[in-house]
Design a protein around this ligand. Structure first.
Ligand code: GLU
Length: 428
């Protein structure tokens, strides 16, 4: 297990997401007058990176060691905050990029956190429930004091959920000999979780789409909407866009491919089918498309809510979508972003549009610390009251400076973090 401090952003480029975040941060930071080169170096560096090999005793008695990471990017504005993902493609470079992005996401939403991310390089479908629990507990135990209610607060991300958070909470509390509900967010409601947390990222996507559509005078009931990804963000996003905005959803997809019907798709029905069959193929009265065909299909609005980097140059050239709402972390690559901006497409960036999850995580943390809980309606209202003004700040700056929503969001995030660092004094 190694812990390294103050590592500069690596010169070796890794993943599309990593390159995209670095590119967005650097290009915007250079234009902010009070951010000098030293500050840029600071903003683009990681405070702490934890690299582990977690021992896991399998049910059959064999021992395997599994790579796992927690990257803490910046805590100038408050404790580190960000999810933990379980995925076979997790690697340090990707986790760095995702941690980096969390810093700007919490700053854009103006909630009092920094940014972090964790990941275990495993396909959770290959493990039994007991193995998954042992792995989660070992990860939490080995993180030791690097996490804590006022240090670094993990949450769910790709392939992790409330149950995983319950194990993390329990393991941390036991190994620290005191109860620490606020050490993780996204817990089950029966165990200190917040009402509305599960659907929160999708709900945030829905609010941002509603605001963008209102500003562009787009009628969502007549706009063909595609949602890529049918996990927590994609499903709840699509469902809420359909139910609460009367949005015209024409396609939904999973990593295996998507279904499309120009007359519309009943999101809840398609999701029931997916849960039953673990597959969308075979769903009646639709065209089944490969993931790439799906992303290029006829639409007015595209909501990428799966993994990072899915909108590459090729997709950017082909998609007719006029509005893109990033529900996933970093779905649009740096060069694809250029192509889309040249074509005058409007993109609500992930550091704004996917902020609903961490905003309600913040509400969960506050409820845990005060031991006083809010209703689902109260949580939804409070989420709306945080994410809509965040959108308005980004939109107003983009109009004033004639820059994209992404540039405006990064400008706001970078300014907030740089200001906090300067106020805290030298040695930030
Ligand atoms: N994993 C979510 C995200 O990427 C939520 C993070 C959190 O709640 O801390 O925004």
């Amino acid at each position: 297990m190694t812990t390294t401090m103050n590592l500069p952003i690596p010169k070796i480029e890794g993943t599309a997401c990593h390159d995209a975040v670095s590119c967005f941060v650097l290009s915007v930071a250079q234009k902010i007058s009070f951010i000098d080169d030293d500050m840029i170096e600071y903003l683009n560096s990681y405070r702490r990176e934890i690299t582990m090999k977690i021992p896991l005793r399998k049910d059959d008695g064999t021992l395997v060691t599994i790579p796992a990471y927690r990257v803490q990017h910046n805590n100038a504005r408050g404790p580190y905050k960000g999810g933990v993902r379980f995925h076979p493609e997790v690697n340090l470079t990707e986790v760095r990029a995702l941690a980096n992005m969390m810093t700007w996401k919490t700053a854009v939403a103006d909630i009092p956190y920094g940014g972090a991310k964790g990941g275990i390089c495993i396909d959770p479908k290959t493990l039994s429930k007991n193995e998954l629990e042992r792995l989660t507990r070992a990860f939490t135990f080995h993180l030791g004091d690097n996490i804590g209610p006022h240090t670094d607060i993990p949450a769910p991300d790709v392939n992790t959920n409330a149950q995983v958070m319950a194990w993390m909470y329990d393991e941390y509390s036991k190994s620290h000999s005191h109860d620490a509900l606020a050490v993780v967010t996204g817990k089950p409601v029966a165990l200190g979780g917040s009402e509305g947390r599960e659907e929160a990222t999708g709900r945030g996507v829905m609010y941002v789409l509603r605001e963008v559509a209102r500003d562009l005078k787009v009628d969502l009931s007549k706009s063909r909407i595609l949602v890529e990804g049918f996990g927590n963000v994609g499903y709840h996003g699509a469902r809420l866009i359909q139910d609460e905005l009367n949005g015209f959803i024409v396609g939904v997809s999973t990593s295996k491919g998507g279904i499309y019907n120009s007359k519309g798709i009943d999101v809840k029905k398609a999701h029931r089918y997916y849960l039953e069959h673990s597959y969308l193929k075979g769903y009646p009265d639709v065209d089944f498309m490969s993931p790439e065909e799906f992303l290029c299909a006829d639409c007015d609005v595209l909501v990428p809510a799966a993994l990072s980097g899915s909108i590459n140059d090729k997709i950017a050239q082909k998609t007719p979508a006029r509005i893109i709402i990033e529900g996933a972390n970093g779905p649009v690559t740096a060069t694809a972003n250029e192509i889309l901006i040249d074509k005058q497409r409007v993109i609500a960036p992930a550091i704004l549009a996917s902020g609903g999850g961490v905003i309600v995580s913040y509400f969960e943390w506050v409820q845990n610390l005060q031991q006083y809980y809010w209703t689902h309606e109260e949580v939804n209202k409070k989420l709306e009251r945080v994410i809509v003004p965040a959108y308005e700040r980004v939109r107003d700056l983009s109009r004033e400076k004639k820059i994209s929503l992404r540039q405006a969001a990064y400008t706001i995030g970078l300014e907030q973090v740089a200001q906090a660092s300067i106020l805290r004094g030298t040695g930030y």
